[in-house]
Design a protein around this ligand. Structure first.
Ligand SMILES: [Fe+2]
Length: 229
């Protein structure tokens, strides 16, 4: 098992232009108002209506359909550009979860995502540890969402980053070639501990389609992709 699969993926030029333009106010709002330096942005209903009726969404569905995936939920991730880069770029090793209110909480795993970087560096590094929610080193913690509402998440046990990274040890997998702007995007497994190294030097915006389907679908896809001459 490898917890990522990078594939050629591009939007048409009009869809790419639409996507990168429509997220600008979202980026500005988060950059100015969000209490966190980085986080998940749950689009509001008006934004979601626009996205789900967009050419981007149609192009994504055309991409997912032969894989046996359909649907998925649109989410955004934004990492702020900071006035000065952070001293410790190590991200929080965590597991993506949701519910019971659909958007927050730690009840259900988000098994994987298809992440498309719309803005940011192409060599941002992601780490994974082979530990799921049942591992002793994973605990449930409360944290503030960008809108201020508290939510729960599963993360590596520890009071701070040093504690957490001491406890989890070296990552089992790492990759820093997960994205090329409008050329490549990646399926990433998110039901085991994972984190992103991020300095705050550049802003980073990811369009993330989350799935609660089994990761096996992506392993089958990997085999099929390998067979294509
Ligand atoms: Fe995550």
């Amino acid at each position: 098992m490898i917890p990522y699969l990078t594939l050629p993926f591009s939007f048409s030029s009009s869809a790419w232009l639409w996507a990168t333009s429509i997220v600008k106010p979202v980026i500005n709002d988060f950059q100015t108002n969000a209490p966190l330096e980085a986080g998940l942005i749950t689009p509001d209903n008006d934004q979601l209506r626009l996205w789900y009726s967009s050419k981007c969404w149609q192009e994504l569905q055309d991409f997912f359909q032969p894989i046996g995936l359909e649907g998925g939920d649109i989410q955004f991730f934004y990492y702020k550009k900071l006035p000065r880069p952070v001293k410790d770029p190590r991200g929080n090793p965590h597991i993506d979860t949701t519910g019971p209110d659909q958007w927050s909480g730690d009840k259900h795993d988000i098994n994987f995502r298809f992440n498309i970087v719309l803005l940011g560096d192409e060599d941002t590094e992601m780490f994974w540890w082979n530990r799921d929610r049942h591992n002793q080193g994973v605990e449930s913690k409360e944290f503030p969402r960008p809108d201020g509402i508290p939510a729960k998440r599963l993360q590596a046990r520890g009071e701070n980053r040093d504690d957490q990274y001491l406890a989890v040890g070296e990552p089992d997998w790492r990759c820093q070639s997960l994205a090329r702007l409008n050329q490549e995007a990646s399926f990433v497994r998110t039901d085991i501990l994972h984190s992103i190294n991020w300095t705050g030097r550049s802003p980073r915006f990811t369009l993330s389609i989350r799935f609660q389907r089994p990761w096996d679908i992506i392993e089958s896809l990997r085999k099929r992709v390998a067979l294509v001459p």
